[in-house]
Design a protein around this ligand. Structure first.
Ligand code: NI
Length: 255
């Protein structure tokens, strides 16, 4: 069995066939899916969708793109949703210095505010990074021991991976690992201590190589597990077993 630890199946790209996508995942042995919020609407919709399916869980949070729009009202709603039994993490939150849709100052403030929230609720975080490890890692290191979570869609090098693992963080490996030129991500997948590995799709984006160019979906997380198994000279079933166990350890589930 496999768990997709990062999917956005609540958004409009899945409006025409969402239930079929969920069924295809189950049929492919992807038993559980964590639906990730990134603003108010997608967080609320993630929770609503998770309410309807036993095998789905949700997160709520404001992505760095929307950092400048994080109001006290939105935070109030997040606080309410964080008490929901299906909400098992806060995120995705973090810093994005590639698209820069919010000013860096606003991104850091929103990240810090939500890190406070995660500490208060004792809930793990889902971290988004793009070209910003130099600022994200010190912010997490400043809270060492008080916060846990996953660095989703990890694209850093091996050294950054070791720093993250030292903090107790998990490393989310997605479809990029299947791309022929993704040497850094492949090295990380090869050298990462297995007890820190999670697998994810980040669907509808980052489709694995075998379907590259098409919409991604949770069933394809097996292509990620398969590539990691190949890189580590183990079986795909073993990667499924270990990452399910890791998911339970991080999020306190019993899957
Ligand atoms: Ni995402």
């Amino acid at each position: 069995m496999y768990i997709d630890s990062h999917a956005h199946i609540q958004i409009s790209q899945f409006n025409s066939d969402r239930e079929a996508v969920i069924k295809r995942a189950i049929d492919a042995n992807v038993s559980n899916i964590l639906i990730i919020g990134f603003d108010l609407e997608s967080s609320t919709n993630a929770v609503h969708l998770a309410e309807k399916h036993d095998n789905l869980y949700a997160t709520v949070g404001m992505h760095p793109h929307g950092a400048k729009d994080l109001t006290p009202d939105i935070l109030k709603t997040f606080r309410q949703l964080l008490n929901h039994t299906k909400v098992i993490a806060l995120g995705e939150i973090g810093l994005d210095y590639y698209r820069n849709l919010s000013p860096h100052r606003a991104q850091k403030d929103a990240f810090d505010t939500q890190l406070d929230l995660a500490e208060e609720f004792k809930i793990p975080i889902i971290v988004h990074n793009r070209d910003a490890y130099m600022d994200i890692l010190p912010m997490l290191e400043a809270r060492s021991g008080k916060i846990s979570g996953v660095l989703h869609c990890f694209t850093g090098n091996v050294e950054m991976m070791h720093r993250s693992v030292e903090l107790g963080f998990y490393i989310g490996i997605g479809g990029i690992v299947t791309y022929p030129n993704a040497k850094d991500v492949q090295s990380v997948a090869q050298q990462l201590p297995l007890e820190h590995l999670l697998i994810e799709t980040d669907c509808p984006w980052l489709t694995p190589q075998f379907r590259r160019g098409k919409r991604n979906e949770p069933a394809y997380v097996i292509a990620v597990a398969d590539k990691i198994a190949e890189l580590r000279d183990t079986s795909v079933e073993e990667i499924g077993k270990i990452t399910t166990n890791n998911f339970n350890n991080l999020f306190g589930t019993d899957l």
